[in-house]
Design a protein around this ligand. Structure first.
Ligand SMILES: O=P(O)(O)OC[C@H]1O[C@@H](O)[C@H](O)[C@@H](O)[C@@H]1O
Length: 292
């Protein structure tokens, strides 16, 4: 773990009143906050812009509880693709900061999931995993997994980005037209004909897809670029599910949508011993354009 004295002045390690620890980033180009538990970024505000991420106002901030919003890291499985906790084991451990540096345009941070946490929870498997954040005018996250065990190992994962919208009923996701998806609500496989719009719960895995996406909401446009990802999860719980979600207000669904760079469903990977895979997403607001 990097010692506090080695942090650049733009990065501070802080604790809230419950003892939960965060990396607080204050840089001329960006303000951000990353919870060590889960290596979970909960705030990213490029200078002069609205936030790039949605965060629940009901976050209890107690150590051990799941944070609803930001970018939870789902690893080494997505949702319930394996037995065990939903979205894998990475969300509950405190990650270790390995590297922190800043230049004139951005802050770069590297964290890793402690080996003893992986060994305790997945005793028969060999993995190392680290995450790199580059924070500036864009939010860049790269999750790198190395298979250190013997025999092939399955890997599915997601950077579960909660993105803000002014009004979900007027938001749309473009770039998925013509793409096939699994509708997780009924198991059907369908083809997306138009931009994705929302008037009910949506929970889908789009697959065989690696092109860029846009989230359009009133005059705001977020650009989403992915690498090492052939699938993208689009999720909005709508009203009924919102009422049952932890740390989520009943009307939270109106102002968020998850667009997740993933390797999920048919895009789950098999890694051979010694091989490495990087899942990357870049979220930016390149301009304000006219939307619906
Ligand atoms: O409630 P969780 O575990 O944070 O998951 C939230 C949602 O995450 C999405 O990625 C899944 O597709 C949904 O099915 C799930 O409900």
């Amino acid at each position: 773990m990097l010692q506090t004295e080695a942090l650049p002045p733009e990065v501070r390690l802080v604790s809230n009143q419950h003892g939960r620890r965060f990396l607080q980033i204050e840089h001329p180009a960006v303000q951000a906050c990353i919870a060590l538990q889960g290596a979970h970024i909960i705030e990213c505000i490029p200078a002069g812009q609205p936030p790039l991420l949605w965060m629940s106002p009901m976050d209890p901030c107690k150590p051990g509880t799941a944070l609803r919003g930001g970018v939870p890291v789902c690893w080494p499985w997505f949702a319930d693709e394996r037995d065990g906790p939903a979205h894998g084991i990475a969300r509950t451990s405190d990650w270790q900061l390995l590297e922190a540096r800043a230049d004139s345009t951005s802050v770069h941070l590297v964290l890793r999931l402690p080996q003893e946490d992986i060994a305790r929870q997945l005793p028969d498997e060999g993995w190392t995993v680290k995450i790199e954040f580059t924070l500036g005018v864009a939010l860049e996250i790269a999750l790198t997994t190395t298979h250190t065990g013997t025999g092939p190992q399955r890997l599915s994962q997601a950077l579960h980005s909660y993105l803000p919208v002014a009004d979900i009923a007027k938001a749309e996701v473009t770039g998925l037209q013509g793409c096939c998806y699994i509708d997780k609500l009924n198991g059907a496989t369908l083809t997306q004909q138009t931009a994705v719009r929302f008037d009910a719960e949506v929970d889908r895995i789009y697959f065989n897809h690696n092109a860029d996406l846009q989230l359009r909401s009133r005059t705001d446009v977020l650009d989403i670029h992915r690498e090492g990802s052939e699938s993208v999860v689009v999720w909005n719980p709508w009203l009924e599910k919102s009422r049952h979600l932890s740390q989520f207000p009943d009307d939270g669904y109106r102002t968020m949508v998850c667009i997740e760079a993933a390797n999920a469903g048919p895009d789950g990977r098999t890694l051979e011993p010694g091989s490495t895979h990087t899942l990357k997403t870049v979220i930016s607001r390149t301009s304000s354009k006219q939307s619906r």
